[in-house]
Ligand binder design. Structure first.
Ligand code: PLP
Length: 387
């Protein structure tokens, strides 16, 4: 089989070699991190080393990192009315979430649906700060959730500006940094986040590990999602996924070291891909192109294209991309992100997401463009891959 080109890094990344080595080594450590004997202490040491590495990635203290089984779980843990600070123990009365959040945030966590409201985004896919200001004014003790970067468009959100608005209104800010961490600067203090979600498998770790990070010990979740043995200082019961956590730590360190080199290289490759795309299909629309975006992400649409069919056609050409539309239980739904940006379904039905990562080469970009040239020619000739 010809070489494949993987362009779906926002769905998941391959393991970084350092993470694979850490995973392998940790599998040989048999102890339970809660046990006091030598075997247990060896496992505990792996978990605590990883906690330091994950904390370092986002400029937090290790004691403020709580491991979970996924980014989804960390989002669910964070989004609760029982989020307290040292000076405010009354329940959060309102959850405000941007209209482009991942479905795990869109679910509203543990807030009642009538206590949850959306904050609009502009046509470029950035949170509308005036709408945020108005929304926080209508709440007493809001919790606001805004992602660092969107998983579909890659648009980086004005998180620090949003934090200033939220805090001025007595609110707290949760930031889903699953797509931004390891790709753009992600410092919990500089961003002004009170809580931050991370996921291992988006930065080169293994699937099945995530973390919720808090700004300081001033932030407290009074109703942990999973109770039992008191692991993770009572915030998340259940014996730790030692190998997954060790790999997460190794991936965090590698990502932190690599980001300064990787970001400009990926941006250059992504820009070359977009230039090629526009040359072949001048009518193609690159969503969010006017905003600051992750260096690795392109989401584009062409009227008449059906994204699910395009994904299959690309796959047959040896290329893994994804459709911009979220696919749940086998049914392709229109993208809520593109709908929130006010885009017409005729265009968004054909949204294809191309996301790059550290193994992507110029040859992969050429491979993609050759495949797109074929698809675009087929599209211009008739219904084949059209909607
Ligand atoms: N948040 C964002 C922005 C994501 O893109 C994803 C995964 O696609 C998640 C949360 C969920 O992370 P996990 O796959 O670890 O549950």
């Amino acid at each position: 089989m010809a070489e494949r080109s993987y362009f779906d890094w926002n769905a998941t990344t391959p393991l970084r070699p350092q993470a694979a080595a850490a995973l392998q080594a940790a599998l040989a450590v048999s102890g339970n991190p809660s046990s006091v004997h030598a075997e247990g202490r060896a496992a505990r040491a792996l978990v605590e080393r990883a906690r330091e590495a994950v904390a370092a990635l986002v400029g937090a203290r290790p004691g403020d990192v709580f491991f979970t089984a996924s980014g989804t779980e960390a989002n669910m843990l964070a989004l609760t009315p029982a989020l307290e600070t040292a000076t405010e123990r009354r329940p959060r009365d309102r959850l405000l979430i941007s209209a482009i959040e991942h479905s795990s945030v869109r679910s509203g966590g543990r807030f009642a649906s009538d206590a949850t409201a959306d904050v609009a985004v502009d046509a470029d896919g950035r949170v509308d700060l005036a709408a945020l200001e108005q929304a926080v004014r209508g709440a007493k003790r809001p919790l606001v959730s805004i992602m660092l970067a969107n998983n579909e468009t890659g648009v980086v959100q004005p998180v620090a500006e949003a934090a200033a608005i939220v805090h001025a209104a007595g609110g707290l800010l949760h930031v889903d940094a699953v797509q931004g961490a390891g790709r753009v600067l992600c410092d919990i203090g500089a961003l002004g986040a009170d809580l931050m979600t991370l996921s291992a498998h988006k930065i080169g770790g293994a699937k099945g590990a995530g973390a919720l990070v808090r700004r300081s010990e001033d932030i407290h979740i009074a109703d942990p999602l999973i109770r039992g043995g008191g692991q993770e200082r009572g915030m998340r019961a259940g014996t730790e996924n030692v190998a997954g956590i060790a790999a997460f730590g190794a991936a965090a360190t590698a990502a932190q070291r690599a980001v300064a080199d990787e970001a400009p290289r990926l941006r250059a490759l992504r820009d070359a891909l977009e230039a090629g795309l526009r040359a072949i299909s001048p009518e193609a629309v690159i969503f969010g192109a006017a905003a600051e975006r992750l260096p690795n992400t392109t989401l584009f649409g062409v009227e008449g294209l059906k994204a699910e069919t395009a994904v299959i056609a690309f796959d047959l050409e040896g290329i893994a991309v994804s459709s911009g539309a979220a696919c749940s239980s086998g049914k392709v739904q229109p993208s809520h992100v593109l709908a929130a940006m006010g885009l017409a379904p005729a265009l968004t039905r054909g949204a294809v997401r191309v996301s790059l990562g550290w193994t992507t080469t110029p040859a992969d970009v050429e491979h993609f463009l050759a495949a797109w040239r074929k698809l675009a020619t087929a599209l211009s000739k008739g219904p084949g891959i059209a909607a």
